[in-house]
Design a protein around this ligand. Structure first.
Ligand SMILES: *Cc1c(COP(=O)(O)O)cnc(C)c1O
Length: 396
């Protein structure tokens, strides 16, 4: 045995290097945008979650600066002690209205929102049925509860029903079905309509993680709205960190669930609330989303997504089952995905390579996300580079 107590760290790093998946963090030298300076190079950015370009929206910047002047830079306490500002509640009212639900509760991040809601609603004697491709924050949220967990095959309604049947027979106190709305690595959409029908049949609670659906699906109102289920779906988790352009997560749900979470959700109880600047810019974002401008941005996002996806498909790339602005280019081996990403970067296009354990070992990919801010010319240049590099590496 080595005397070095941290030999295991060195070994783990070496293992990453040996597998060709060791990465240095890429650094933006100016600001998040459709085209930006990454590590000193001007590139077309195809990896951000800034779907609508709101990270730099003048109204949000202005709201944020004004809030700092008016309220200072910090909230000063957790929400349940004395860290609730009037603007925190204003944001929640606006979000609930935007989502067409009774109530909303904001958390520090989407990650915290998942931890908060799952831990509040599930405990010993309950069953959680979770899609196999659900986000890490759901997996961790479930690990923190004493609920029994079972995983259904990705978007497979027969498998989901089999597990519901089994759960019902075993006499769990309650059963919750949890799914991503838009799956973050594949860009496919969960069949919420079918999930809702099954939930009704087995009297299960429905929860969706709509981090990649908020601001994108259903005219920006999310995947539940897209399926026309706003009045009947139990719990929608959303993020303010992606399309909304800033930071935070929320639960859009019934009034009584909100009240219970106020008392029980651990990140809400034990971690300080958002600084005023964050909250004020989120309020401005919801206002933009609710306006004609917001509708236009969502429309442009989808036009760009369709154009780019069709372009990649015409070139012969495998884009899996993507139905949204998240379009993976699946190449197989982790090392090949990293090589594709590196070569693209050299050619002025940034698209992050993603390998195991984030995706299955044989499904490594470069993931692309176009935004409303990309011009057609940006997309044409990017497609051109994909063709050049894809041929060079023998992918197409
Ligand atoms: C990004 C993401 C989260 C976490 O949201 P943050 O606001 O960034 O913490 C949760 N779920 C899914 C599916 C995500 O993609």
């Amino acid at each position: 045995m080595s005397n070095d107590r941290f030999q295991f760290v060195k070994d783990a790093i070496k293992d990453l290097q040996d597998r060709g998946v060791f990465r240095k963090l890429k650094v933006i030298m100016d600001r998040q945008g459709a085209v930006c300076n990454i590590d000193g190079k001007r590139v077309i950015n195809l990896s951000s979650n800034n779907y609508l370009g709101l990270t730099n929206h003048p109204k949000m910047v202005k709201a944020s600066i004004e809030a700092i002047k008016k309220y200072g830079v910090g909230a000063g306490a957790v929400r349940t002690i004395i860290g609730t500002l009037k603007i925190h509640e204003e944001l929640e009212k606006k979000l609930a209205k935007f989502k067409g639900v009774e109530a909303a509760l904001v958390f520090q991040s989407g990650f915290c929102a998942n931890q908060g809601v799952i831990g509040t609603l599930l405990g010993e004697g309950d069953l959680a049925i979770s899609d196999e491709l659900n986000h890490a924050s759901i997996i961790d949220g479930l690990r923190l509860t004493k609920a029994t967990r079972t995983i259904y095959k990705h978007a497979d309604m027969n498998d989901l029903e089999a597990r519901l049947k089994e759960g019902a027979a075993q006499g769990f106190k309650k059963i919750m079905i949890i799914t991503d709305g838009v799956f973050s690595m594949d860009g496919d959409v969960a069949p919420l309509d079918k999930i809702y029908e099954l939930a009704k049949k087995y009297n299960a609670i429905t929860m969706v993680d709509d981090a990649h659906g908020s601001g994108v699906m259903g005219e920006g109102k999310g995947t539940v709205h897209h399926f026309g289920l706003s009045k009947v779906w139990d719990i929608q988790m959303g993020t303010l960190s992606k399309a909304i352009g800033c930071m935070g997560g929320y639960i859009a749900t019934r009034k009584d669930i909100r009240i219970l979470m106020e008392h029980r959700a651990r990140p809400f109880l034990f971690s300080t609330s958002h600084p005023p600047a964050v909250t004020a810019s989120c309020i401005a974002a919801v206002e933009v989303m609710s306006s004609q401008e917001g509708k236009k941005l969502v429309k442009k996002l989808w036009e760009n997504a369709k154009y780019f996806k069709e372009g990649l498909n015409q070139l012969g790339f495998n884009t899996g089952n993507s139905q949204t602005p998240i379009t993976p280019v699946i190449v197989g081996e982790g090392a090949l995905a990293m090589k594709l990403s590196d070569e693209l970067f050299r050619n002025g296009v940034f698209a992050q390579g993603i390998a195991f354990p984030t995706v299955p070992r044989d499904k490594a990919r470069v993931r692309t996300i176009v935004t409303a801010n990309h011009t057609k010319k940006d997309l044409d240049i990017a497609l051109d580079k994909f063709e050049k590099v894809g041929k060079k590496l023998g992918i197409i």
